[in-house]
Design a protein around this ligand. Structure first.
Ligand SMILES: Cc1ncc(C[n+]2csc(CCOP(=O)(O)OP(=O)(O)O)c2C)c(N)n1
Ligand SMILES: [Mg+2]
Length: 596
């Protein structure tokens, strides 16, 4: 099974006897949430879900956090899930409340984040009549949920909740929607606990096949230029220790995708960094020249492969994933392994130890070391004294350190956060990889901080993204959630502007947010929300500003880092082109001549 926790155990009072009690469907819902161990629910009430909010008011175990927008509830549930390893929960009313959850549900689906979304639905007799605030949310979310339920009978509520949490957490994690009609919440039912799940046919394979493991170990021993391509699935399987052992045992270079940053320490000498569109030349070059890619919990996303028919032309592929649908989806796997990455990697380690042959990768490392020395990550600084965004990331990484949790929005700042902060611990970088959802950072940071109050949580946000979900600062201020938000304010939808610079002849159509005119003024905005607002515009003030923010531990802090608008993210593989055409700066292609 997956490693997200989900409890379905009798409470201590009734360990032997099943619990049976008369109550409403709404009470049964809250009781079931308590029984599966939910401590936090992010949501907003409304007509159809209102019956559930009444017993929630009395719950001693479930804390409901009243957010300002349902999208915030969904991303908060995602942040909570990724920071704690438990299922995140969000709640909304029917119609627009539910449709506001669609973006975070899609986001969780793309990044395999276990959340349960509970929505109220109009009364069952009104379903299908275009009733007030009716939306077919189970139909709408069918393609973006791992599973979803429409419940119209109060008696089904407890079992459905247990099934929803089990499905969200097990196998490949993902979002599950439970839509409950208002009459089911209001009806009286007999609550019985524990419940029997009815999920015939749902049995994720977790044990890898030993023959495939032996075959993978054989290829690893024979390979001359192998690469460990590590995706988000390795952290989700809590297999970073196993990965570390495999890497050190074999000496194979490691690359970590956007979803896997931190799963293998950035400081480790075998780590080549991130692959893909904004990956390091060493990581991208390693894949292109590899003769064996060992893909672990990764899915050959187009942002990693570039133009697929030119991707890693010399490589055989060992592909391990818990979801059989991922294997050979984009790239043919010579050795497919279906299983949980923790077990797969542990078995690989055992098989390699048992075998007599070991690979010799000395020559390979000679090439890779040359790539990383010649094409190390770097950035431009400015003579006019304006701030380079990458420098801010380096300083946050250095001063706040690797024990914190970082979240990011989507855009240039996200890529700089991935490239320059430096991650050493699994799960320390939480961001929106598959969907690329602007507005993710602030609510995800709120959810992460509520799940892990012991951690410092920094949201690295863009001035565009921040304007999509910053209203959750009110939630943070009122609920006592002292996150830090570093707004990288380049005055623009920077990543889109970068594409316009490179591919649309500098025709900057609709990317200038005019934040230079301080509309809005992020410092005043922070203060209006009951947070501390700081501003930093010069490199020499960066450290002091970060330190000042670190000293404030009882309130949320927003820093408006005003940066140069022309900073660009490098390296870059232009969309739709080959990884071989990576540029490490504008019109600067690496020379691959250290080749054989
Ligand atoms: C919800 C949503 N709308 C549009 C986009 C397209 N998009 C990707 S990055 C980006 C710009 C983000 O601007 P900002 O938050 O200021 O970040 P920057 O790139 O400037 O660091 C846009 C509009 C998106 N990813 N998500
Ligand atoms: Mg911007």
């Amino acid at each position: 099974m997956g490693h997200f926790l989900c409890r379905n155990t009798p409470s201590s009072a009734s360990r032997n006897e099943p619990m049976t009690e008369q109550m409403t469907g709404a009470q049964a819902l809250v009781r079931a949430l308590e029984q599966v161990g939910v401590d936090t629910v992010f949501g907003i009430p409304g007509g159809a879900i209102l019956p559930a909010y009444d017993p929630l008011y009395d719950s001693k175990k479930v804390r409901h956090v009243l957010v300002r927008h349902e999208q915030g509830a969904g991303h908060a549930a995602e942040g909570y899930a990724q920071a704690t390893g438990r299922v995140g929960v969000c709640m909304a009313t029917s119609g627009p409340g539910a449709t506001n959850l669609v973006t975070p549900i899609a986001d969780a689906y793309m990044d395999s984040v276990p959340i349960v979304a509970i929505t109220g639905q109009v009364a069952s007799a009104a379903i299908g009549t275009d009733a007030f605030q009716e939306a077919d949310i189970s139909g709408i979310t069918m393609p973006i949920t791992k599973h979803n339920f429409l419940v119209t009978d109060a008696a089904d509520i407890p079992r459905t909740i247990v099934e929803a949490f089990h499905i969200a957490a097990s196998g490949r994690p993902g979002p599950v929607l439970v839509d409950i009609s208002k009459d089911a919440l209001q009806a009286t039912t007999t609550f019985t606990w524990p419940v029997q799940m009815q999920l015939p046919g749902y049995r994720p394979v977790t044990r890898p096949h030993s023959k495939q493991i032996r075959e993978a170990a054989r290829l690893i021993a024979e390979a001359k230029r192998p690469v460990l391509y590590v995706g988000g699935g390795v952290h989700k399987a809590q297999a970073s220790a196993e990965l570390f052992e495999l890497a050190e045992l074999t000496g194979i270079p490691v690359i970590t995708t956007l979803m896997a940053r931190g799963t293998f320490p950035d400081s480790h000498r075998q780590h080549l960094g991130m692959p893909g569109m904004h990956g390091t030349v060493a990581a991208v070059g390693a894949l292109q020249r590899s003769d064996l890619i060992i893909a672990l919990g990764a899915r050959f996303d187009d942002r990693v492969t570039g133009r697929l028919d030119t991707f890693a032309p010399y490589a055989k592929v060992v592909h391990a994933d818990i979801d059989p649908a991922e294997i050979s989806k984009n790239r043919h796997a010579d050795v497919p392994i279906v299983g949980d990455c923790k077990e797969v990697i542990a078995d690989l380690v055992a098989a390699i130890k048992a075998g007599s042959a070991r690979g010799d990768y000395t020559e390979w490392w000679r090439h890779l070391d040359a790539y990383r020395e010649t094409y190390a990550l770097g950035y431009e600084t400015y003579e006019d004294g304006s701030l380079a965004p990458q420098y801010i990331m380096e300083r946050i990484g250095a001063l706040v350190g690797p024990d914190a949790i970082y979240t990011a929005g989507v855009g240039q700042h996200q890529m700089w956060a991935s490239q320059f902060i430096g991650y050493e611990k699994p799960g320390s970088f939480i961001n929106s990889g598959g969907a690329g959802t602007m507005g993710f950072a602030v609510p995800a940071a709120m959810g992460a901080k509520m799940g892990r109050p012991d951690k410092d949580v920094w949201a690295i946000d863009g001035d565009g993204c921040f304007q999509m979900t910053n209203q959750e600062l009110a939630t943070c201020a009122l609920e006592g959630v002292p996150i830090k938000v570093a707004v990288i304010n380049n005055g623009n939808l920077g990543m889109v502007r970068q594409w316009q610079t490179l591919f649309y002849e500098e025709r900057y159509s609709n990317t200038d947010l005019q934040s230079a005119r301080r509309i809005p003024d992020f410092v005043k905005l922070a203060e209006a929300y009951g947070c501390v607002g700081l501003r930093c515009e010069r490199p020499e003030d960066v450290d002091d500003t970060i330190r000042k923010a670190m000293e404030i531990t009882d309130m949320p802090v927003v820093i408006d880092f005003v940066v140069h608008q022309d900073a660009m993210v490098w390296p870059m593989v232009a969309a739709g082109t080959s990884n071989d055409d990576i540029k490490y700066a504008r019109d600067m292609a690496p020379k691959w001549e250290h080749e054989d």
